[in-house]
Ligand binder design. Structure first.
Ligand SMILES: C[S@@+](CC[C@H](N)C(=O)[O-])C[C@H]1O[C@@H](n2cnc3c(N)ncnc32)[C@H](O)[C@@H]1O
Length: 150
C-alpha cells in the first residue's frame, strides 16, 4: 500500500492498494480513530494510480509525504513519479530496503528477479540520485527516507 500525505490545512491521505481486503484490514482502526473522511482509498495498481494523479488530476508537487510498501520491483518506477508528486522538501519513504540483510548477497548468489535484487538495484540508484538527500535507516528490515531537493 502506498500512502500520500496531502498538503492542506485539513490533512488528507491517498491510500492505493490493488487488494481491497488489505485496506479493509485497517479500516476498523481508521474508523475508531474517526479519520475515515480524511482518507481517499484508490483500488488500483500503483503505477496506474500515480500516473493518473499526475496526468489527469494535475497533482504535481502537491504532496508532503509518500510511503511506499508494495511490489519491490516497481519501487524504482514509483520513484520517478513520486519525485514529481511530492513537493521540493517533501519526503518519500521506501519500506523493506534492507530486506533483512539479503540486499548484500555474496557475488556467487543467484539474485536476479527477486525482491532483494530489485531493492539492491534501488539502493544503488538512490545512492547516486542527485535529486534527493537520503537516509537508509536500519529499523526492522530497512526504511529509506528521501528528501526531494529540486
Ligand atoms: C507488505 S503489504 C503492505 C501493506 C501496508 N503497507 C501495511 O503495512 O499494512 C504490500 C501491499 O502492496 C500491495 N501491492 C502489491 N503490488 C501492488 C501494486 N502493483 N499496486 C498497488 N498495490 C500493490 C499488496 O496488495 C499489499 O497489500
Amino acid at each position: 500500500m502506498k500512502s500520500l500525505l496531502k498538503s492542506e490545512a485539513l490533512t488528507k491521505v491517498i491510500a492505493i492498494d490493488l487488494d481491497k481486503e488489505a485496506y479493509e484490514v485497517g479500516l476498523p482502526f481508521v474508523r475508531k480513530a474517526d479519520v475515515e473522511h480524511k482518507i481517499n482509498y484508490i483500488h488500483s495498481d500503483g503505477m496506474i494510480a500515480l500516473n493518473n494523479l499526475l496526468k489527469n488530476e494535475r497533482q504535481e508537487g502537491e504532496f508532503d509525504f509518500a510511503f511506499v510498501d508494495a511490489d519491490k520491483e516497481n519501487y524504482i518506477n514509483y520513484h520517478e513519479l513520486l519525485l514529481k508528486l511530492v513537493k521540493v522538501g517533501g519526503i518519500i519513504a521506501y519500506d523493506n530496503t534492507l530486506w533483512y540483510g539479503s540486499v548484500a548477497p555474496s557475488e556467487h548468489e543467484e539474485v536476479e528477479d527477486t525482491p532483494w535484487d530489485a531493492l539492491r538495484k534501488l539502493n544503488s540508484f538512490l545512492a547516486s540520485d542527485s535529486r534527493i538527500d537520503l537516509s537508509l535507516i536500519s529499523i526492522a528490515d530497512g526504511l529509506t527516507l528521501c528528501r526531494r531537493l529540486r
